[in-house]
Design a protein around this ligand. Structure first.
Ligand code: CAA
Length: 291
């Protein structure tokens, strides 16, 4: 099978990034979301991010125009069902993901591959609620999608090699690199990255360092492009907490317990950049530490 049409479910940060890179690689893309407003802002965001790439001379103006023409949007989930590969990229909410796969199933073509951009949830478990576990896999992009070179591909217990190989060809066409991960909680990147972020939050919670000291330490002391608290705000504190919970429950090891301060920020609705407040306050001017 030659994959030419891609369905993306969810018009958030990851969904719009996935649509962006797929369209630039000449795939026909359709993004579905329950909210027309989210679709409009996703299209606007894609246009802005393409502009950044034009300004940086990474792509030409005509590539930008062509990519935008390749992207359609819909509030009707059934409309993505006829594509060759569907990548679900909604929040880290297992119930919601299951509901989406359930609603898609009656409309799907037989050949369609189903994938989830989940950052931590079991692919085997998600696949088991569909009619095609052999054509289901984890397709995990990193944020910001247009910049980050890695895609984790995660076969579930039933995923066949053909599905894996077809998805690897898609990643090759995007000019990105595949890391194959076995299906265990949070896979490879988040198994390592999110506990590091959680530890940075414990370091703050226990008063070892301030927000600034912790971020400066990792930026200048370990050459990380962003400090761990800045990165937590970038990823979303709700996502970080959801991943820690998956690790804690899935591996039953206390070393993965989420820091109470992370839970408190999420309970306050301080989710990082997307809500304009997290470990930094983004509401006016330069971000200011909130502790
Ligand atoms: N789309 C297109 N281009 C973008 C972009 C986007 N969304 N975001 C940034 N860029 C471009 C900019 O235009 C700029 O291009 P040039 O260098 O060609 O001018 C370049 O990227 C750098 O951007 P900035 O100058 O604005 O900012 P920066 O130098 O501070 O870099 C960053 C920003 C690339 C995000 C960098 O800080 C970084 O690499 N941070 C770490 C990101 C990271 O770790 N991501 C993984 C998160 S974990 C994850 O995603 C997994 C999960 O499931 C939670």
């Amino acid at each position: 099978m030659v994959i030419s049409q891609i369905g993306v479910i969810g018009a958030g940060q990851m969904g719009n990034g996935i649509a962006h890179v797929m369209a630039l690689a000449d795939y026909d893309v359709i993004i579905a979301d329950v909210s027309q407003e989210h679709l409009v802002s996703a299209t606007r965001k894609i246009a802005q991010n393409l502009d950044r790439q034009v300004i940086a001379k990474k792509i030409s103006k005509s590539q930008r125009e062509k990519a935008l023409e390749k992207i359609k949007t819909t509030v009707d989930l059934g409309k993505v069902a006829k594509t060759d590969l569907i990548i679900e990229a909604v929040n880290e909410d297992e119930e919601l993901k299951r509901k989406i796969f359930h609603s898609l199933m009656p409309h799907l073509d037989q050949h369609t591959i189903l994938a989830s951009n989940t950052s931590s949830i079991s692919i085997t478990r998600l696949a088991s609620c569909t009619d095609r576990p052999e054509k289901f896999l984890g397709f995990h992009f990193m944020n910001p999608v247009p910049i980050m070179q890695l895609v984790e591909l995660i076969p579930g217990i039933a995923t066949n090699q053909k599905t894996f190989d077809e998805c690897k060809l898609v990643v090759d066409r995007l000019g990105k690199t595949v890391a194959r991960s076995e299906d265990f909680p949070a896979f490879i990147v988040n198994r390592i990255l999110i506990p590091m972020i959680n530890e940075a939050i414990y370091t703050l919670y226990e008063g070892v360092g301030s927000v600034e000291a912790i971020d400066t330490s990792l930026k200048l002391g370990a050459n990380h492009p962003m400090g761990p608290l800045e990165l937590a705000d970038f990823i979303g504190l709700d996502t970080c907490l959801a991943i820690m919970n998956v690790l804690h429950e899935g591996l039953a090891d206390t070393k993965y317990r989420p820091c109470p301060l992370l839970t408190k920020y999420v309970e306050a609705g301080w989710l990082g950049r997307k809500s304009k407040r997290g470990f930094y306050d983004y509401r006016i001017g330069d971000p200011l530490p909130t502790r």
